[in-house]
Design a protein around this ligand. Structure first.
Ligand code: GDP
Ligand code: IMO
Ligand code: MG
Length: 421
């Protein structure tokens, strides 16, 4: 495959950054297609760890073209900070992406406070309000942001509008002058990278370049297909790539679903296979399950194949990359969810209604665990038999082949089972 999507199959933090960085070694282009700095993608190699929030995970390879596509929302301040962490890179930013402004962040916090016990547990990065403004057609596009007069004119008008809302929530109004003066410097910084990235991507395709499309979040956080309303405000699915990047749907050749060997979720919202005991605490520590963006402890659960089959249907999955398999070493028995019981009936789908979803009880099969440390394993055959059986069962239950598995955070702890890209 020459054009492959990297998609999170669960609730985010599956290791998309790691898999993108690994596959980027044989790519020409890496394109982030949605989300903003709510994402936190970790890349580890040569003993160094990088946390990327906005920049595509190919950015650490100086030979790769990196694209931030129109489906993204870009916080210019966070962008300027992240840019300082990297050197020698090629970057292109869509003129159609939207800009996260300070009032989006304040409104994100205000909505969460108002919602009290039904809050979503957002990252407070202003993502929801920025996508809301995009849909309401009162957003700020990158093309306006980098145009000095347009930026001033649109910002003045928008701050007037947003201040009315902020004041109604008992919030201090935002000062136009100070935002303008700070942000016009970010606009200057961003300007040289801005282009029509749809045009560019289509040129890359015409010249046969190998492209990875890197998603943020995971399909269960999709605005359309996730556990609404406990979702993010964009669509991380592989099926969203054409609209989020400006390429024809038939030019996407496949998707690799990055799947944690168990489940995690950060923020609010039901997770059917959640475990809240000593084992969950042990997995959290062993897997370093603390948010890359907010530092919040991630909730832990058993692997849920109803979720994976849902992801396969709504997103499309050609192959799986199973990550954090090493974290399960030393556990006697491993549970895998194969269906739900909803009001006495066995089901194999994720109900749309959140109250129905919250009544779903997982049905499990139990697999034998393994005791060995697998962090130095270099092939499928070197894995303990029980770990092989765990991967095989996962693949059989989802009916998708595994192309990669991963036994540690480092780039070289990644094992290619099938050469797909
Ligand atoms: P992303 O948001 O999908 O890119 O994932 P994050 O980077 O937020 O979270 C994944 C975490 O797991 C990071 O800390 C990675 O360094 C780490 N990680 C990735 N793959 C493995 C693995 O196979 N084993 C272990 N132990 N850690 C891994
Ligand atoms: P990566 O790309 C995990 C979660 C938040 C919250 C919900 C909505 O690193 O996998 P938002 O700020 O987007 O409005 O929050 O989505 N969330 C993530 N959880 N990984 C992420 O990104 C996430 N991005 C958002 O915790 O529950
Ligand atoms: Mg993450």
């Amino acid at each position: 495959m020459k054009r492959l999507v990297i998609v999170g199959t669960q609730w985010g933090d599956e290791g998309k950054g790691k898999i993108t960085d690994y596959l980027a070694q044989s790519a020409d282009v890496v394109c982030r297609y949605q989300g903003g700095n709510n994402a936190g993608h970790t890349v580890v190699f040569d003993g160094k760890k990088y946390s990327l929030h906005l920049l595509p995970s190919g950015i650490l390879n100086p030979n790769i073209e990196n694209v931030m596509a129109n489906g993204m929302v870009i916080n210019p301040k966070a962008f300027s900070e992240e840019l300082k962490k990297v050197d020698r890179f090629n970057l292109h930013i869509s003129d159609r992406a939207h800009v996260v402004l300070p009032y989006h962040i304040e409104l994100d916090k205000a909505y969460e406070t108002i919602k009290k016990d039904v809050k979503i547990g957002t990252t407070h990065k202003g993502i929801g309000p920025t996508y809301t403004d995009k849909s309401a057609r009162i957003g700020m596009r990158v093309s306006s942001f980098i145009h000095e007069d347009k930026f001033a004119h649109e910002l003045k008008h928008l701050i007037e509008l947003k201040n009315k809302e902020l004041i109604s929530y008992g919030h201090d109004p935002i000062d136009f002058e100070s935002v303008y003066n700070e942000y016009k410097a970010y606009a200057e910084l961003m300007k040289p990278y801005v282009t029509d990235t749809s045009y560019l991507l289509n040129q890359y395709i015409e010249t046969d370049k190998k492209i990875l499309f890197e998603g943020a979040q995971g399909v269960m956080l999709c605005l359309d297909h996730g556990t609404y309303p406990y979702v993010t405000s964009s669509s991380p699915t592989a099926s969203s790539v054409p609209v989020n990047t400006g390429i024809a749907p038939w030019l996407v050749e496949g998707a690799i679903g990055v799947t944690k060997a168990y489940s995690t979720r950060v923020g609010e919202g039901f997770m059917p296979t959640e475990i809240k005991n000593k084992l969950a605490d042990e997995i959290r520590v062993r897997g370093n399950e603390f948010g890359t963006t907010t530092g919040r402890p991630r909730r832990i659960g058993w692997l849920d194949t109803v979720v994976l089959r849902h992801t396969k249907r709504v997103s499309g999955l050609s192959y799986l990359a199973v990550t954090l398999l090493d974290v399960l070493s030393g556990i006697e028995e491993l549970k895998v969810c194969v269906s739900y019981n909803l009001d006495g009936k066995e089901i194999d789908y994720v109900p749309a209604d959140i109250d129905d979803f919250m009544r779903c009880e997982p049905n499990y099969i139990t697999l034998k665990g393994w005791q060995e440390d697998i962090t130095q394993v270099k092939s499928f055959d070197e894995l303990p038999k029980a770990a092989q059986a765990y991967l095989k069962t996962l693949s059989d239950l989802v009916k998708v082949d595994i192309a990669i598995f991963s036994v540690g955070p480092d780039r070289n702890q990644t094992i290619l089972v099938k050469d797909i890209f």
